[in-house]
Every structure is written in structure tokens, then in C-alpha cells.
Write a protein that binds this ligand. Sequence first.
Ligand code: UDX
Ligand code: UDX
Length: 433
Amino acid sequence: MNKLAVIGTGYVGLVTGICLASCGHHVTCMDVDESKIDQISRGDLPLFEPGLQELHETCTAAGSLSYTTSPEEAVQDAEAVFIAVGTPPRKDGSADLSYLYAAVHDIAPFIQRNTVLIIKSTVPAGTHADIKDQLDRTTGQSVQVVSNPEFLREGSAVNDFFYGDRIVIGSTDSRAAAFVEHIYESLPGPVLHTDPQTAEMIKYSSNAFLAAKISFINEMASLCEAEGADITIVAAGMGMDKRIGESFLRAGIGYGGSCFPKDTAALLYSAQQKKLPVPLLSSIHEVNRKQPGAFIQKILDRFGSIEGKKAAVLGLTFKPNTDDLRQSPSRDVINLLTSEGAMVIGYDPLISKSRKRIWQIPLAETMEEALTGADLAVICTEWKEIVDFPPDRYPSLMKEANIFDGRNCYAIKQALHLPIYYSSVGRPVYNGL
Ligand code: UDX
Ligand code: UDX
């Protein structure tokens, strides 16, 4: 058992802290946001992540997990301090590291001689060295700074923590690296040791590659539409080739969330700063940016104008099983629908539980309520509730069952013989109206 601190209780920090505690460590999670720490201390987690609440309850009851707003309390006895504060994008695409430096500044006075600082936040290559400089200067000692990027997917982050494909440890000091490996010793994932800048690049390159897979399949989807082919079967056929792999080939309205958009932008920015041409990287984002607009065009092609039409938008979060709305493509879809004069009502299996309005549109309490009297339904997130909703129920609820499925939730054969118009991504349109 080690004494650990985690700075930042966002999606990554909270999952990391709670999961480390359930590995048997004693963990103190710290956040500058008092209301967040108050809320967590009352037993109510500020974010939804499957399985997290239960682990939090078990570990707090066992006394292995505590929360504080005090950097001193968190860091003074810690053998290792994980930094997991956000690194959001600036307007120019670069990663805003001000939260990271603020966190380092706050904890510096309490760093002990052997404390290892572990950077979890996603940061541009070379950031570890700047953090080390700052810490060495303010503490008057040589602080071990290790890069240990996270690969947690929201919605399955707890599972990803325990069964990750790899644990990357970037350090120039073999003792610090061995200590970080020891922290994770109960996990089965293979460990890759490397230098810190390589670890930082592994994170960015992985996210850029996954984003590239999505943009690639979305571009193929447009070609499939033009050729009358079916992208889901094309993707399945491609995925049977082990060199390609079947995952991350789901065509749709594009990727969102707090990672892919910001990390591809930050990588692009770094390349531009170094005057390196990276045409492939630039086009990943370009293709993604156009997805919501191309999807709306299908709606406009069907109706001519959607002025005054009632549109039910189903699914608001950037992916299922999370409450995260950051950079969600559904927001672009809603903005485009609204700007074309549609009357939009939203529904999300999780968000509708706690909110009545979002992004200037009303939310329905149920999927049925959203669909009642609607001229068109627009699916933006493949929540299980939406996937399981029988297609034959749309015609009985809607004024006219025009379904635009941005996540290919239904098999085309489910639409056959129903009085619906079903348009999805990269597949033939079915018109049973
Ligand atoms: C993380 C980051 O590690 C990011 O680099 C990665 O790419 C995605 O995941 P996330 O967990 O989504 O970000 O961040 P967020 O939900 O914004 O939470 C960050 C937390 O850090 C907030 O609760 C904030 O209050 C806290 N914080 C910020 C501190 O405790 N101290 C600070 O100085 C700044
Ligand atoms: C991502 C990375 O997967 C994770 O390793 C990293 O640590 C953080 O960033 P996350 O953003 O939480 O995780 O979710 P992810 O499952 O990767 O989905 C991101 C976006 O891509 C979502 O909007 C999703 O809908 C979209 N997506 C994903 C597709 O459009 N098609 C796919 O085939 C897969």
C-alpha cells in the first residue's frame, strides 16, 4: 500500500483516484473547487461513470480514500502525486497549460525529498521538463517528474483503468519509473517504459490515430452513399483484416468529447510551431468538422425547408454512458437545425433526468414525449435506450416518421416494410412513406 495524492477530480482524476484506492493504496484526492469536494464528501459524485459510485463508497467506507481542497493535506505525506487537471484547448488550438502550472505551483511547497510527481494530464511533448524546472526551482531540490498518460474512455473508464491495453511510464530515472510500476502492480496490463517525451507523444499519437480512423471511415461512408454501398458491412469486412482491426470504424456524425478534438488540435499546433507540414493530421479535424453539416444537408434535401418543423433530437452527450456534453456533435446538429428555423426538442436518457433545458432548447422527460407530433427525429448518440427503441413505434408517435440516424443505431432490415423514411450514415436510404 502506498500513500498517493491525485490533484484534480475531473473525469480522469476522480476515476484514477478511486481506482487506485481500490487497488489497495491510500489515496487523497484534491481539487480547488470547494463545491465539488463538498459534493463528493456528501457521497454524491459530480460526474457519471459506470461503476464509479460503488467503488467510491467501498473505498471511503474502508478508509482508503479521502477528499480535500487543501494541497498541504493531500501532498505532505504522499509518496507520489498524480496531476490530472484539465488541459483545454485555447482558441489557436494549443493546449492551455495554465491549470497544470497552477496546480504545480499550489503543491510545490509540500513536495518532500522523495515525492514522485506523475503527470496524467495530456500535455505536449516536452512539458514534463518545464514542470520539472519549475518544481526544482521552487523546492530547491531535484524532483522526479514522470509522464504516465491515461487512456481512459468515458463511459467505460473504470474498466479501462483495470484492464487497460498498456501502462506507459515515461521517466529518465529508473527508480522513479520502478516505483510507478509498483503502484500499478496489481493490474494485468503490460508496462511500457520510455523517456517522458516519448510517453507524451504516445498519448497524442494514439488519440490522433483513433480520430483518424473515425474520419477515414466517415469519408468512406460518403463514398458508400454515392455508390449505394453499406458502410457498416464495409467496416466489418475491413475489420476482419487483423492489420486493420474492427474497432473505431463506426461511421457517424463525427467524434466529440474533451479529448479527440483538443488533442488533434494541440498536436497540429505543435507541428505548426515547429514548421512541420502535417497534411494528414490537418485533414482529420477538417473531415470531422464537416460531419454535422453534411448530415443536416440530408435533412434539407428531404424537406427543402425545415422552417417551423418539429425536430426531436435524441441523445445529447458526446457518446453513450456518460453525462459529458463537452464538444458533443449533437450541439452542432441542434444549432444547425435551429438556424434553419426548426422547433427543436431534445431528449437524452441521462441529461433529461436532471435538466429541463439545454443550449436554448427544451428537453423532454421521455423519448416518447420528444417524438410525439414530431416531423423528424434526429439521432445523435447511440444510447442503449435509443438503440432498443423499436423502429415501429416511431410512426405511431410522430406526425410523420422521418428518422435521421447519425449513429446507425438500427439495421436497415429493421426499417423494411415500416411506414418510415430512414436515412443513416453511409447506408442506402429506406423510404417506406
Ligand atoms: C483530463 C485531463 O487530464 C486532460 O489533460 C485529458 O486530456 C483529459 O482528461 P478532465 O478530467 O476531463 O481532464 O478535466 P476536468 O473534468 O476539467 O477536471 C479537472 C479538475 O481539476 C477540475 O475539477 C478542477 O477544479 C481541478 N483543478 C484545476 C484543480 O484541482 N487545481 C487546479 O489548479 C486546476
Ligand atoms: C478517448 C480515447 O479513446 C481514450 O483512450 C483517451 O484517453 C481519451 O479520449 P473518449 O473521448 O472518452 O476517449 O471516448 P471514445 O470512445 O474514444 O469516443 C470519442 C468520440 O469518438 C465519441 O464522440 C464517439 O462517438 C466517437 N466515435 C468513436 C465514433 O464516431 N466512431 C467510432 O468508431 C468510435
